[in-house]
Design a protein around this ligand. Structure first.
Ligand code: PGA
Length: 239
């Protein structure tokens, strides 16, 4: 199974430093994987100047509003002015810690698209939902609540991240990833005109990247913890 032309996205969360950014200036990419780094907002400028040109810059969030009296918020158009090309939307930490609903996520996706950013929309089930055999039901409702309501000709990326696998070292087995990605793909194909890349996220690292990337319908990885270590992330970029 070929592993090239995958999307490798790094989610630094509220971590990182100028020093780390400088270390990442030495990243390489042997295969033609698309690399996207999503640092905290305050590092977006230095990401643009320090990182190699082949790396695209993403943000981790944007406001659902376009402008106005929303203290502390940052709009999609402001990100676009910072040379940001992608934005994570609906990460499970945003859904649970910041009460983002599918309605809010839909609004964010729309404003991102309007500002010519490519949204990376995160979906995935919690452990209790998995244990209650509700994984596909949850994915269905998250897709119906946001992705299925945008225009079929839009360009988006979807990240399937089982919440219980994020930062835990746990991971679904190969068959589970295969089953969920096929389910998501079939559902997205019913709505979108073009093929939507589906990334896997949740404890992906330099040791398991090649195996995960070889699973059918896995279009890339969304990497948290392992994206903060230059050696590991470089290995993943070259996976
Ligand atoms: P992890 O995080 O790779 O540390 O599990 C993934 C994510 O939260 O996007």
């Amino acid at each position: 199974m070929k592993n090239n032309n995958k999307i490798i996205a790094a989610n630094w969360k509220m971590n990182g430093s100028e020093e780390l950014m400088k270390e990442f200036s030495q990243l390489t990419r042997a295969k033609r994987n698309d690399i996207i780094i999503c640092p905290p907002f305050t590092f977006l400028d230095s990401a643009k100047t320090i990182l190699p040109d082949f790396i695209k810059i993403g943000a981790q969030n944007c406001s659902e509003e376009e402008k106005g009296a929303f203290t502390g918020e940052i709009s999609a158009s402001m990100l676009q002015e910072k040379s940001v090309s992608h934005v994570l939307i609906g990460h499970s930490e945003r859904r649970t810690l910041f009460n983002e609903t599918d309605d809010i996520i839909l609004k964010k996706v729309k404003t991102a698209i309007k500002s010519k950013l490519t949204p990376i929309v995160c979906i995935g089930e919690t452990l209790s939902e998995k244990e209650a055999n509700k994984t596909l039901q949850v994915l269905d409702s998250q897709i119906n609540g946001s992705l299925a309501k945008i225009e079929p000709n839009e360009q988006v990326i979807v990240a399937y991240e089982p919440v219980w696998a994020i930062g835990t070292g746990l991971r679904p087995d190969e068959n589970e990833i295969k089953e969920t990605h096929l389910y998501i793909k079939t559902k997205l194909n019913q709505h979108f005109d073009t093929d939507i890349p589906i990334l896997y996220g949740g404890s992906a690292n330099s040791e398991n990247c090649s195996q995960i990337l070889s699973i059918d319908n896995v279009g890339g990885l969304l990497v948290g913890g392992a994206s903060l270590k230059k050696h590991d992330f470089n290995a993943i970029c070259n996976c």
